[in-house]
Design a protein around this ligand. Structure first.
Ligand SMILES: [Fe+2]
Length: 211
């Protein structure tokens, strides 16, 4: 972080407590809806050819633009749909946000191993209908073993951590990829993604919900 005290601390002030409460209050959020057809269409962008590296998400995320000062499906919570194609692995990585997965389609396993090794005794086998979790800072990888794509709904609390400037990501696995996730560090939680990658995907995937 770059900063100096040469002009004092002129970004700091003292205010009346009720003024403070007024600053805290957020606009209310309207009820949201995203259609399954739109979600499928957004996921349709992903194919075997356009994956840049083996830790790249194929995720689409639901956003309610009523949420000010952050982003998510609901304040502090994000919902993402992530297909994993047959034979594909999402490489080891870890983060201090929690992940709860509802497996909608396909079959495979998640391996959670501190050393980033795919050991049989550290696998969570899953199939459609199962729910699994990757706790905060667990080193995890997902593997699709079915002949059709696996599809997960991922529930994350990282909007809240980002708002607190407290999100950490080591993605992909390796201390050289450990990042404090604030603006200006890397454009995404994945250290291998470039801004050009993100701009390209944003342009091709973004859909405004028609309800
Ligand atoms: Fe993860």
């Amino acid at each position: 972080m770059e900063w100096t005290n040469e002009n004092g601390f002129d970004w700091c002030e003292i205010v009346d407590i009720d003024t403070f409460v007024g600053r805290l209050l957020q606009p209310d959020t309207r009820p949201a809806k995203w259609s399954g057809d739109d979600i499928r269409r957004a996921m349709g962008y992903f194919n075997e050819e356009n994956r840049r590296h083996s830790d790249q998400r194929r995720g689409v995320t639901l956003v309610n633009n009523d949420i000010a000062g952050s982003a998510g499906a609901s304040p502090g919570i994000s919902l993402s749909f992530q297909p994993i194609l047959p034979g594909e692995t999402l490489d080891f990585h870890r983060h201090n946000y929690i992940a709860i997965y509802y497996w909608i389609e396909g079959e495979g396993y998640t391996v959670i191993d501190d050393d980033g090794i795919d050991r049989e005794e550290h696998r969570q086998y899953w199939k459609a209908g199962d729910v699994t979790t990757s706790p905060a800072w667990s080193n995890h990888a997902h593997v699709c073993t079915s002949e059709t794509p696996a599809l997960q709904l991922a529930i994350h609390d990282f909007p809240e951590l980002c708002y607190k400037r407290a999100m950490l990501s080591e993605d992909p696995d390796g201390h050289e990829h450990l990042r404090h996730m604030v603006k200006g560090v890397v454009p995404s939680f994945n250290a291998l993604d470039t801004q050009a990658d993100l701009d390209d995907r944003e342009e091709k995937i973004r859909i405004v919900s028609k309800g």
